[in-house]
Design a protein around this ligand. Sequence first.
Ligand code: F6R
Length: 242
Amino acid sequence: MNLIIVEDYQELSLKAAEMVASEISQNPQVVLGLATGSTPEGMYAELVKMNRHGQLDFSRVSTFNLDEYAGLDAEHEQSYHHYMYKHLFSHVNINHLQINMPTCEVSDLDHFCREYDQRIAAAGGIDLQVLGIGGNGHIGFNEPDHQLRVQTHLVDLTVETITANSRFFSSTEEVPKQAITMGLGSIMLAKKILLLAAGKNKAEAIAGSLSGLITTALPASLLQLHRDVTVIADREAACLIT
Ligand code: F6R
């Protein structure tokens, strides 16, 4: 894995945006896998700036988001759908027909999951997958477990994730208990992976994932098996790496 340690969140956001921008410049039809959460917010802000300044063209880019809560409709302000429009899609010249987001708001969820994976495959797979990491080592919403799923699926969120994400809601009770997530298959088949981590609550997960045993108890540790992973971590997130 290629590890880049940066001073702070601002540098992380800029470096991450530069890497995404470079992929788009090299291949205007690039297929991006996108994450939500606090970590990539700054990266999206930088990408929006580049697009506004005419330095970056999203018109032929396709995107596939990693995950979405179950039980929140797309308009809910904590839905990942809402997040993506708020932070990126409403501000850049992306073709909205090329935006793909998982959703539980369908009559046949199993069919939707299969179809989402087929859509990714039909697009030629993901060229660059952007990931955050949970304090418990989850990627997408692939939570620590004794086994991990390959395909897009419905997942029960762990108490750790519900507690961590309660900061976005007025109470823990309001946090959805389930989500739809891409499985490890689409993530590991991405041609490149960019994992972002900021803050000391990510330090243990980052240290374990980069150099410890590969285990489904720490889903991000599977990334050690991927050929092209870049990790951008700020000093705090990198502080336990030996
Ligand atoms: C979100 C996602 C999650 C987050 C992770 C970290 O789409 O896939 O894996 O990346 O929960 O979230 P933040 O960045 O809020 O700490």
